[in-house]
Design a protein around this ligand. Structure first.
Ligand code: ADP
Ligand code: MG
Length: 256
């Protein structure tokens, strides 16, 4: 049944207020958003408009005050911590600006960890982790610790880890925000390639050039989804004719 539904994410009337020292901060004031299977959406908007809050609620890392969020036909709102953890393992991959890698583990162990936590045999988890590192062009770094990697490689590693359990939805919160332009380009090239392979992605970004890689731009303002601007809703790089980023071969991603 779920296979017939185009929407991978639905948010309806989502509200979130934080209790701050002086006055409450109304971070989300009624957000409606639908993302279809296979879409690559760039979420843009000024600092403080609620982008990270929305991503965290979608991922079940924080809870909404009001409204409803569905991911892959599963209700995210109103669930227990245990349910949310299971839902995240099953459906959500998330990457952040500052990578959140485990420095005491090797590159391979970082990628294998989510699958091991999800209950898979270590050898199977490591086999899949090797495949992912291969796909992402960092397999020669499998035995290294993350700290020897470049910024772009570190974020590619974080993406590999986020993909370990084949998530329905990949969430990215300013994934290029801490990278130089080369590192940023590597990450965007990779996300574009994953999107072409059918991965659904919601990516927060400040950068219009980065947003350009996505098929659709959604703008937020003051805790709400804002009116689209001309050109926001266009055919993205999933269609080869309109590709804005170079060849998506593994070799291209691996070289640098
Ligand atoms: P963005 O990611 O768009 O920059 P955020 O979602 O991080 O914005 O924040 C939205 C608003 O909510 C901001 O005013 C921020 O200061 C506030 N906020 C976010 N998280 C918290 C928190 N844990 N406690 C209090 N205020 C918060
Ligand atoms: Mg943010």
């Amino acid at each position: 049944m779920s296979e017939n539904t185009a929407a991978v994410l639905t948010a309806r009337g989502v509200r979130k207020t934080f209790e701050a020292e002086n006055a409450p901060v109304r971070a989300l004031r009624g957000v409606d958003l639908t993302v279809d299977r296979g879409e690559f959406v760039a979420l843009m908007g000024p600092s403080g408009c609620g982008k990270s809050t929305l991503l965290n609620l979608i991922a079940g890392l924080d809870t909404a005050d009001e409204g409803r969020i569905m991911v892959a036909d599963e209700e995210v709102t109103g669930r227990t911590e245990d349910d949310l953890a299971r839902l995240r393992r099953r459906h959500i991959g998330i990457i952040f600006q500052f990578f959140n890698l485990l420095e005491g583990m090797t590159v391979l162990e970082n990628v294998a960890l989510p699958a091991v936590i999800a209950g898979r045999k270590r050898r199977m988890a490591e086999t899949r982790a090797r495949d992912l590192l291969d796909l992402l062009g960092i397999s020669d770094k499998a035995a290294a610790v993350p700290s020897v990697l470049s910024g772009g490689q570190r974020q590619r590693l974080a993406i590999a880890r986020a993909l370990a359990n084949e998530p329905t939805l990949l969430l990215a919160d300013e994934p290029t925000g801490a990278l130089d332009s080369d590192g940023g380009a590597e990450v965007i090239e990779l996300l574009t390639r994953l999107h072409r392979g059918g991965q659904t992605i919601v990516m927060v970004t400040h950068d219009a050039n980065v947003a350009h890689a996505a098929g659709r731009v959604v703008r937020m303002r003051d805790g709400r989804i804002a009116e689209p601007q001309p050109g926001d809703d266009r055919v993205g790089p999933a269609s080869a004719a309109s590709a804005t980023i170079g060849p998506a071969s593994p070799a291209a991603a691996g070289a640098s």
